[in-house]
Design a protein around this ligand. Structure first.
Ligand code: DP6
Length: 345
C-alpha cells in the first residue's frame, strides 16, 4: 500500500526583508520580516509526498522531475521534525500505520523559474512541510508548522498562512518563538495585486544564504538596519496594512527594498542583485506615480534582479499598461526575458 498526499504552497514576497541570521543552523533571523502571499494560481509549488513499506531507502526528492539531494542539513531538519511528530502520534495510538518508519518519495514542481530570486525556496519548503504533515495527518497548526519550514529556508515560514504574514524574529536560543504570525488575512485587503517583471530567469549569482552571512560579517550599515531601521518599518507597515493605507504601504515597501540593497552594496565584497533593467523598473514605477499624481505602485526586489510591483486592483490599467509602454522597448525586456508574470492577491 502507498500512502499519498498532495498540496500546493504559494510564493510570498517580503515587503520587509529578512537579511541576516543570528543562528545559521536553526535559521534564526537578526530581524523580523513581513510578506504578502501571492495567488496560488499564478506562482506556487505543487508537492506530492508518498510513503510505503515497499519503498526502499533512502528518502528521495524530485524537483521539476530532476532528482535533488535530500541529505542536506536543512531538508533533514524538516524531515526529522515531521517524523518525530508522526512518531509521537503513533505511540499514543497503536492502530495507526507506522508511516514514520517508511521511506518517503517527494515530488515537487514550480510553475515559475527556480532560484531566479523568485522565492522558490520559500514555496518549496512550505509545500514540502505541508505535504508531509498532511500525509502524516499531523494536528499541528500552520504557525506550528512554520517553525519546521523555517529550518528548511527562513522565508518558507511565511508561506504557510496566506494573506499578510509576519515572521517574528523571536528571542529564544532554541528558536521556538521565531515563527510566522498572521497580520491580516487576504480578505482584509483583497484588492492588493502583484506584477512580477521577470528581468532574468537565470539562477542568481550570490545565494541569499551566503549573501546574508557575508553582510552580517562585513557590513557596517547592517547593525543599524537590523536594530533600528527594520523594527520601525515593521511597526509602520503593520499600521499601514491595518488601515489599508496603500501610499503608506508603498513608501515603506520601496524604502525597505532600497535599504536592503544598500546593505548588500555595503557588504565586502559588494553584492549586486539589481541590474540596469531592474533600475529601469524603478524608474518605471516612479513614472507611474508621477503621472498618476499619487502613489499607485510600489517596487521591491529580493536577492535577484526581478522586480515585484505591488498595486491595487483599481489601478490595474495604469500600472500594467505603463509597464508595457515604459519598459516594453528596453533591452533585456523582450521575448522570454521580458515575460511579465501576474501574481494577483
Ligand atoms: C531577500 O529564505 O532564501 O528574499 O533562510 O538561507 O534559505 P535562507 O534564506 P532565504 O532568504 C530570503 C531573503 C530575501 C528576503 C525575504 O524573503 O525576506
Amino acid at each position: 500500500h502507498v500512502y499519498r498526499a498532495s498540496t500546493t504552497a504559494p510564493v510570498n514576497i517580503a515587503v520587509i526583508k529578512y537579511w541576516g541570521k543570528r543562528d545559521p543552523r536553526l535559521n534564526l533571523p537578526t530581524n523580523s520580516s513581513l510578506s504578502v502571499t501571492l495567488s496560488q494560481s499564478d506562482l506556487r509549488t505543487h508537492t506530492t509526498a508518498s510513503c510505503s513499506p515497499s519503498f526502499s531507502p533512502p528518502d528521495t526528492l524530485l524537483l521539476n522531475a530532476q532528482p535533488q539531494p535530500l541529505s542536506d542539513a536543512r531538508s533533514q531538519a524538516c524531515l526529522t521534525s515531521l517524523r518525530a511528530l508522526r512518531s509521537a502520534l503513533e505511540s499514543t495510538d497503536p492502530s495507526l500505520p507506522p508511516l514514520s518508519s517508511y521511506p518517503l518519495r517527494l515530488s515537487s514542481a514550480n510553475n515559475f523559474p527556480t532560484a531566479a530570486g523568485l522565492a522558490s525556496s520559500a514555496a518549496g519548503f512550505a509545500a514540502l512541510v505541508r505535504a508531509i504533515a498532511d500525509l502524516y495527518q499531523l494536528p499541528q497548526s500552520p504557525t506550528e508548522l512554520s517553525l519546521i519550514a523555517r529550518q528548511g529556508s527562513g522565508s518558507a515560514c511565511r508561506s504557510l498562512l496566506g494573506g499578510y504574514v509576519a515572521w517574528d524574529q523571536g528571542t529564544l536560543l532554541d528558536g521556538t518563538d521565531s515563527k510566522a504570525r498572521l497580520v491580516a488575512p487576504r480578505s482584509h485587503w483583497p484588492e492588493m495585486r502583484a506584477l512580477i517583471l521577470v528581468v532574468s530567469a537565470e539562477k542568481k549569482g550570490v545565494s541569499s544564504t551566503t549573501g546574508m552571512q557575508t553582510t552580517v560579517q562585513t557590513s557596517p550599515m547592517f547593525q543599524t538596519r537590523a536594530t533600528q531601521v527594520v523594527p520601525r518599518a515593521m511597526r509602520e507597515m503593520e499600521t499601514a496594512i491595518a488601515g489599508k493605507d496603500f501610499p503608506g504601504f508603498a513608501k515603506i515597501t520601496m524604502r525597505e527594498s532600497n535599504s536592503f540593497h544598500a546593505t548588500c552594496l555595503d557588504t565586502d565584497p559588494p553584492i549586486f542583485y539589481l541590474n540596469d533593467v531592474s533600475r529601469a523598473a524603478i524608474k518605471g514605477v516612479e513614472a507611474v506615480n508621477e503621472k498618476a499624481g499619487r502613489i499607485a505602485a510600489a517596487y521591491t526586489f529580493d536577492a535577484g534582479p526581478n522586480c515585484v510591483v505591488y498595486y491595487l486592483e483599481e489601478d490595474g490599467d495604469v500600472v500594467a499598461g505603463a509597464f508595457k509602454t515604459v519598459l516594453g522597448e528596453k533591452e533585456g525586456w523582450t521575448g522570454e526575458q521580458g515575460k511579465a508574470v501576474k501574481g494577483a492577491e
